[in-house]
Design a protein. Sequence first.
Length: 155
Amino acid sequence: MLIPDPTFVMFGKLVLAAVLGMLIGTERAVVARQSAGTRTFALVSLGACMFTLVGWYVDNQFLGYVNFDPMRIAAGIVMGVGFIGGGVMFFQGNGVHGITTAAGLWVAASIGVVVGFGMYALAVFATALTLVIFFGMWYVEHRFKEWYHDSVEEE
């Protein structure tokens, strides 16, 4: 049985992470018309996967030589993406905008981490669930708002 070259496996993980991030970002760009879209989400997911792969590789390569925990890299990704997400949100009038996009970026980063650790089914399922939330809840939210505003106007 041939064992695949780890470099090509890592390339595949990076591609999968980027594609899954692109799927989520496409909804943000096309449906929600947000500035953080396909490229942003793909890059966040790709970057999170790359950091995870580096942590995983270093841990496996230097096992016993250094005290290294790849989950520390994942924790750093969570904080870094939180910082990016904070920059996406802004106040306008009495409301805050960009929270859903920031949350989506956070999920895209987690998907990149999951792909980096090789949990492909979980990454694909999380992407599908995120898209269901973005697309499905968009519809439900707008229907509820229409119903609510119609009921308030009748009073």
